[in-house]
Design a protein around this ligand. Sequence first.
Ligand SMILES: *[C@@H]1O[C@H](CO)[C@@H](O)[C@H](O)[C@H]1NC(C)=O
Ligand SMILES: *[C@@H]1O[C@H](CO)[C@@H](O)[C@H](O)[C@H]1NC(C)=O
Ligand SMILES: *[C@@H]1O[C@H](CO)[C@@H](O)[C@H](O)[C@H]1NC(C)=O
Ligand SMILES: *[C@@H]1O[C@H](CO)[C@@H](O)[C@H](O)[C@H]1NC(C)=O
Length: 349
Amino acid sequence: MLGPSLLYGFLAAASTATAYSHSTHINYTVVTGIFQQDDNATNPSTFNFTASNFGLIERSYPSDSSCPDSKHSTQWQRLAHYISTLNNKAKRNERYALFFMGRHGEGYHNAAETYFGTPAWNCYWSELNGNATVTWADAHLTETGAAQANSVNTFWKNLIKDEKITPPETYYTSPLYRCLDTAKLTFAGLDLPRKNPFVPTIKELLREGISAHTCDRRSNKIYIHKNFPSFKFEKGFVEEDPFWTKLHAEPSADQDIRSKAVLDDILSNDASTYMSITSHSGEIASLLRVLGHRVFSLSTGAAIPVLVKATTLTGDGPATPTLPYTPQSTCTAPPTIRDSSCNDCSCCL
Ligand SMILES: *[C@@H]1O[C@H](CO)[C@@H](O)[C@H](O)[C@H]1NC(C)=O
Ligand SMILES: *[C@@H]1O[C@H](CO)[C@@H](O)[C@H](O)[C@H]1NC(C)=O
Ligand SMILES: *[C@@H]1O[C@H](CO)[C@@H](O)[C@H](O)[C@H]1NC(C)=O
Ligand SMILES: *[C@@H]1O[C@H](CO)[C@@H](O)[C@H](O)[C@H]1NC(C)=O
């Protein structure tokens, strides 16, 4: 496994030709038929995860007959038994893990994009730290965003109390403020097992796809620690943002490489079966691609569970070229059109 510092070096060396070389790699597949979200028939734009028990499909599992008190067990209890039988029967190089991936609630950058319209946001305003009244660099949650996270907290309370869900054993979050705060509000005050308290680990590579927008530039480590003193930093987390580069953007192929790297890193160092990830719309989309899950866009504050089979294979994974960050063009004044077809800033004024 590449250690974080080596990984950062690898990612920062933007023009290296080959990605990883380690002697094993992890192959991911989604175990389908468990959640409505992994079914092509479910429409992501109308799906409501809190109204549908997180999308858990009501069904029997092959392991039900050995589930203690199966008749009086909830669907989540029978799923937990099923996952544990899958893990007990798995080959030595296989394991099953359930990820709960949550997108942050609405941030000031989301509200600003709506307010200015996408072309003016992308080509002008997003490159600034804010305007006279609002800051969107490393955006905080709006009141709406905090309310979204609080309602997911209520949802988790009910899942634990009524549905007897197995809560996450470990928690990971993006280093951007909107995710740190969303994780804190989502998991505060839950009735969690004493051995698995909410102490999230901040992971650099769970951050949003890096664009020229100042909302993708993280704060320094001292500031994060001051605001979230109980959160842990992964090993090698550096003081200043090592990636964000003025007027440059991370290519999406690079993003998938680092999404795989962070998943491999988590699974190589954490034996948990239930894990929470708090991240962003673009980054969760990338994690889902790496896991082989179908496209499933999340609105602000939404979350998705994914049951994954991870197989450790010997031999190097496919070598993937890493591309250099691409320069971004902007406008010297905000474009006046609101039509989101203008993403290359060809519509300046
Ligand atoms: C690796 O994962 C893909 C799906 O993501 C699957 O089709 C393939 O069979 C897996 N390969 C092995 C060797 O497990
Ligand atoms: C879901 O849709 C994808 C892409 O359209 C297709 O490749 C896949 O086979 C479908 N899966 C199922 C279970 O129908
Ligand atoms: C989702 O369903 C819940 C009820 O569980 C409801 O309170 C909430 O307003 C719904 N959300 C949306 C976006 O419709
Ligand atoms: C700054 O932007 C916000 C949109 O997020 C807007 O509501 C506010 O009116 C703007 N302030 C000024 C002074 O234009």
